[in-house]
Design a protein around this ligand. Structure first.
Ligand SMILES: [Zn+2]
Length: 267
């Protein structure tokens, strides 16, 4: 009989040590309440990738903001749908999902779906938002994932990674931000979602129902799937895995390097 899994919140997934070697010291879990920014490509990405983690953090008092890079205006097979109409529907669906989860603010960058490019314009927009809101943790797409993925997911993941290190940290990148009153900032923890090799998991068992409610806000993307379909999926997973524990998995980067001290001003 399978032993019940402990519900201990967030924890690293430990790699197996070589035989005879001492197990590695587990890195400490991410604790809060703190602040987080979720940087994704499309409306609905965040709910599927990390909606349970966001629900958990918001319930714990975290301040969570979303940055949604594209307007999702290609995500429909309906012959009567137009891009402008779809973008408006999807923005409202995303705002509803944010209300369900408790997200403080949702920022849309408004790129057309499928037309992101990994360039300085996108990186600067992300750096500016990181400097303005100064999150401790960022969740974004794993732009390095080796398997099949949407180009917007790859590009947003890479742009966010480059923005986090080193652009946002070093004040001489985009010096006009200082003229706008925005100082350099260090993001200390990054969770890459959709990762090929996850090494960190968040137990969302107690928040799964909130995640489903948030996903259900994206009716334009669900092909008619309803609450009962998600309940059935969970029951099937429970039977398959023998555990009622539900997790979201990520690849974690802990940056936490001390920012170099500024030399004293001359003169
Ligand atoms: Zn997407």
């Amino acid at each position: 009989m399978t032993q019940p899994q402990p519900r201990d919140g967030e924890r690293p997934i430990l790699a197996q040590p070589p035989s005879g070697a001492a197990p590695p010291e587990p890195p400490s879990p991410i604790t809060g309440p703190s602040s987080a920014m979720v940087i994704v490509a499309h409306p609905d990405d965040a709910e599927f990738l990390c909606g349970g983690t966001v629900a958990k953090w918001c319930a714990e008092g975290w301040e969570v903001r979303y940055v949604v890079v594209t307007n999702g205006d290609k995500g429909s097979h309906d012959p009567s749908m137009h891009p402008e109409k779809l973008a408006a529907i999807r923005e409202e669906e995303q705002r509803q999902a944010c209300r369900v989860l408790g997200v403080k603010e949702c920022i849309f960058l408004g790129y057309p779906d499928g037309f992101t490019s990994d360039d300085h314009e996108l990186r600067e927009q992300i750096v500016r938002l990181l400097r303005r809101y100064r999150p401790e943790v960022v969740i974004t797409w794993d732009g390095f994932r080796r398997s099949f993925n949407h180009r917007d997911h790859r590009i947003v993941g890479m742009a966010a990674a480059d923005a986090i290190y080193p652009l946002v940290r070093d004040r001489l990148f985009y010096p006009r931000h200082e003229e706008e009153g925005l100082e350099a900032h260090q993001v200390n923890e990054v969770l890459l979602a959709g990762a090929t090799d996850p090494d960190y998991e968040v137990d969302i068992t107690d928040y799964w129902h909130v995640k489903v409610e948030a996903i259900l806000c994206h009716q334009s993307q669900l092909g008619g799937r309803q609450r009962e379909d998600f309940l059935r999926m969970r029951e099937e997973q429970h039977r398959r895995e023998g555990s009622d524990r539900i997790v979201e998995r990520f690849r974690r980067w802990s940056i936490r390097r001390p920012v170099p001290a500024q030399p004293p001003a001359r003169g």
